[in-house]
Design a protein around this ligand. Structure first.
Ligand code: ADP
Ligand code: MG
Length: 240
């Protein structure tokens, strides 16, 4: 049984169909890359999975560990083991990095988790997650939280975006470490070099998953660029 399964998902905003009978499965233990042109609905799908309060499916199901979680709150989904690193990292005014990473538990390895994302623990553990931190620093800290908390599912929405280029290899190493810790990962990206580390990949176009397979196969289809502008109606890949 897949850890995460999405069945016949539709999501409409007004008349516009953003997801259109989308089907998807992520196997436990896998890094599964979700690839697609900008604006195809990758972040929307992530918000629907994690339970963002403004997003719920128009029809279809989201199953986590076999349970339909479509009606559960973001908090209940977090308790079930789903976590997310947002494309635009959030601000947690008034929370220290230490409290954020440990969620109130006394975890021993916080310093190690920060070091793995390239942040000096002594400089960061007692800092507040506020406006004084850059977006890249906040994103690294969100990744460190994935290492510390070992959730069942991590959704990483464009984890490399906003972090200086020099550290892509470092972030890919961190993603591999999160996997080694036993978490499954939905790795959302439009960058083929990032998708290359996945076990499986899926291509999102026209509101549907149109191909699932090895990252090589899916990236080569993506690069064929039949679908530079996705209007959500016609699928250039399908027509190719
Ligand atoms: P991606 O992450 O693949 O770049 P997004 O999921 O951010 O794409 O956006 C997909 C499309 O859905 C865009 O056209 C976006 O404007 C639209 N969209 C997403 N959420 C909403 C919303 N709440 N209201 C209106 N349009 C939305
Ligand atoms: Mg996005």
């Amino acid at each position: 049984m897949p850890l995460l399964q999405i069945r016949h998902a539709d999501f409409l905003v007004g008349q516009k169909k953003i997801l259109d009978d989308l089907n998807f499965a992520l196997e436990e233990g896998d890094v599964h890359a979700l690839i697609g042109t900008n604006g195809t609905g990758k972040s929307t799908l992530a918000r629907l999975i994690i339970g963002n309060e403004d997003y719920s499916l128009s029809s279809g199901q989201i199953l986590f560990d076999g349970q339909d979680i479509g009606q559960r709150s973001l908090y209940q989904r977090a308790q079930a083991g789903m976590t997310m690193v947002w494309q635009e990292p959030a601000l947690f005014e008034g929370i220290s990095v230490r409290d954020y990473l440990s969620l109130g538990h006394s975890l021993a390895n916080l310093s190690d988790c920060l070091a793995q994302v390239g942040l000096a623990p002594d400089d960061y553990l007692d800092r507040l997650l506020d406006k004084s931190m850059s977006g890249g620093e906040r994103k690294r800290i969100e990744l460190a939280a994935m290492l510390a908390l070992r959730p069942r599912l991590c959704i990483l929405d464009e984890p490399v975006a906003g972090i200086d280029l020099i550290s892509i290899d470092n972030i890919l190493r961190v993603i591999n470490r999160i996997k080694q810790n036993g978490s499954s990962i939905l790795l959302i990206t439009h960058q083929e070099d990032v998708a290359g580390i996945a076990d499986q990949a899926s291509l999102l176009c026209g509101g549907k998953i149109i191909l699932t397979g090895s990252p090589d196969r899916v990236v080569s289809q993506y690069k064929s660029r039949h679908c530079l502008i996705c209007n959500g109606q016609e699928c250039g890949y399908a027509a190719a």
